[in-house]
Ligand binder design. Sequence first.
Ligand SMILES: [Zn+2]
Length: 569
Amino acid sequence: MCKLCDEGKPQDHTDLLRDSRRDFLKAAATTGVAAGGLSLFGARPAAAKDKDKNKEDDDPPDDTGKPGRRYIIRGGAVMTMDPSMPHRGEFAKADVLVEGKKIVAVGPNLPVAGAAQIDATGRIVMPGFIDTHHHQFETVLRSFLADGVLINDGSGSPSGSTTYFEFILLTFAPVYRPQDVYINELFGGLSQLDAGVTTVHDVSQIHHSPQHSDAAIQALFDTGRRAAFGYFESAGAAILHTNPGNQYPQDAPRIKKQWFSSSDQLVTMIMGGEVYLGNQSTDDSWTIGRNLDLQIAAHILSPFGIRPTFDLLAAGTGGNGHIGMGPDNLFIHTTGMSDTAWQRVKDVGAQVSIAFPIEMNMRHGMPPIIRMQMMGMEPSLSTDVECTMTADFFTQMRAAMNLQRMIVNQMTLDKPNGNQNLPDPRNWELPQSAMTSNDNPGFPYWPKPPAGIPAPLTTRDVLRYATMNGAKGLRLDTKTGSLTPGKEADIIILDATAINVAPLNQVPGAVVSLMDRTNVETVIVAGKIRKWKGELLDVDVPHLRKQLEASRDYVFNKAGVAQDLFSSQ
Ligand SMILES: [Zn+2]
């Protein structure tokens, strides 16, 4: 806490950050990956304790997530996202029994004695959301690039001038220190945990040195949610050659050995294998990743000139001539790729992550949802960057549904006119020459959908993308993604009695169409309750926010970018 900052006289907190970095490095050295008890984490906020002082029933069960510890979530509307379970895994009123880290049973009126009880009356109980691509190191840059596109387009417009490549990658990213990486990753992760996102693939492209890598990984462990650490390049700095400590990608074996020797932990590792860094880098990163038996992820988008490179990977002749795509690949965006490459993506069983709102906003190209549906494929969802868009999953699901349905619905309306105007976005509505013909007697103009296009996405579809597909996308589907007995208990409890949701009439619809992060009441990761009735447990958010703000001040200052709360970008 800083009194002077509170009084509006901002102070330099770099000492504080240095301390916290020393703390986490010391903790990592002495206790290994299970570092706990860092000074960053306080007890439950005093205010919350005071509020509940006279209501002991409102405290969470003790020692959740520990071996043998049992509790039962009673009487909620349970949406397991596992259609192989009875009632397609959907129960209007049921219980979920958790023991230790795992879900033991799901069903109505479970006869259980001796377990602590959580009353879920009026609540929706479902698996936590899974984000398959998020750059958490950019948390201090939140909303900086709310209007920007990927690359300066020469237009002089606000969106085309302050852009992702020039500012986020080339200006801000190179100045990050390990302690900046740590607090950005931690704060961004806790924020998503608070919003019910229990698993993330953190695409940390901020590996200017092994210390930067360790800071990112330590933060993922300290966040206490399920995470795949994505070991990507040293963004920006690799282009500017300001990263003498850069050890990407050859530090991967050291990282895997030091941090990921156990598979029974919340954090796993993915190898970043960007294919726009040159053939040698592709060769090196994909070969190292495959030798370590890691999944290999890459951003794939046509504005970066990737289509021909992707075609080579599809042909098995990528990199210096021998790299090909496989079931171990996770491709991000995948906008603007060829028919041939898409067929190969499907044939090898590679995973695809779509960041709908970001792709729509930042000119990545059309999110390839219609193509995937027409090929019998499905994506997972990803939030990408908070410099431009929120990382909550209600936004992701609604954006996915809205974009897909906008296309399909317009195609349906255009069908009697031969889809003649669809390729021209300036004329996206019905053409001026259209006959508003009536092939559905009794209604003025309401054509049947044309043959061969997908049905509009439903709320269940995007919920599946946001949960099970995410688990599959990160090879975690034996552990999470649904409330299937035997899986680890990554559970969110959503308040359907709240003023923005009640009365509850349809569960998938309430979650996707009405809810936001304020409805995320309780969050559980591997059986451990992390958020309880609206508040993160064991996290001192004001303290962490001060550190984040200090990091923000450092990064902007070092990058030479003025802080301007009303910048026109
Ligand atoms: Zn990305």
